[in-house]
Design a protein. Structure first.
Length: 180
């Protein structure tokens, strides 16, 4: 399935989980943890292969996942896994988690920003960028940065579904495409 299809199919499940999370006082944190755990479990190759076994019934697939992480799930979380299994959507858990986290961030007025640079970015520059983004977006910014020397120079800023590629490598690739 294409990534866009997965996101479209996963969105109602993420919304349902988010709605359930809003009903409890510590629901956002609890559901975030449960979805993170479930996502990590189904991302493991051995678990993924077991869940893809066509001989397993939907109940057996749900049982397999619940046997692995069921002790860490609330009753609503266990029910969520059962519903996902019934509709053949367990493999979408990583996408469901990603969408849930985006909804959670919007609700809490926070934003994850990743800065990739060819060189180490100073703490002072990181703070300036974070403050500028916070002012412009009216959200608390959770900032992380990585170094990728293959960029040659410049930066790539990633947040949710936005990518700003201001790297030398990105500009060279655009130039090469324009020339071909």
């Amino acid at each position: 399935m294409a990534e866009a299809e997965n996101t479209t199919i996963a969105r109602p499940y993420a919304r349902a989980a988010f709605s359930q999370a809003l009903d409890d006082t510590s629901g956002l944190t609890s559901w975030s943890g449960m979805l993170g755990l479930l996502s990590a479990a189904v991302s493991q190759q051995a678990v993924r292969q077991a869940l893809e076994n066509p001989r397993l019934t939907t109940a057996q697939k749900a049982s397999l996942l619940l046997d692995l992480v069921g002790d860490e799930l609330s009753d609503k979380g266990k029910n969520f896994v059962t519903v996902l299994a019934e509709y053949g959507r367990i493999a979408l858990l990583p996408t469901i988690r990603e969408l849930f986290e985006m909804m959670k961030a919007h609700h809490e007025k926070t934003m994850e920003v990743n800065l990739t640079s060819a060189f180490e970015v100073s703490e002072q520059d990181t703070e300036k960028l974070s403050a500028a983004l916070k002012k412009r977006l009216q959200r608390d910014i959770h900032f992380s940065s990585t170094v990728d020397s293959s960029l040659l120079g410049g930066v790539i800023i990633r947040t949710e579904d936005t990518v700003i590629d201001n790297s030398v490598r990105g500009k060279l690739q655009k130039l090469a495409q324009a020339l071909s």
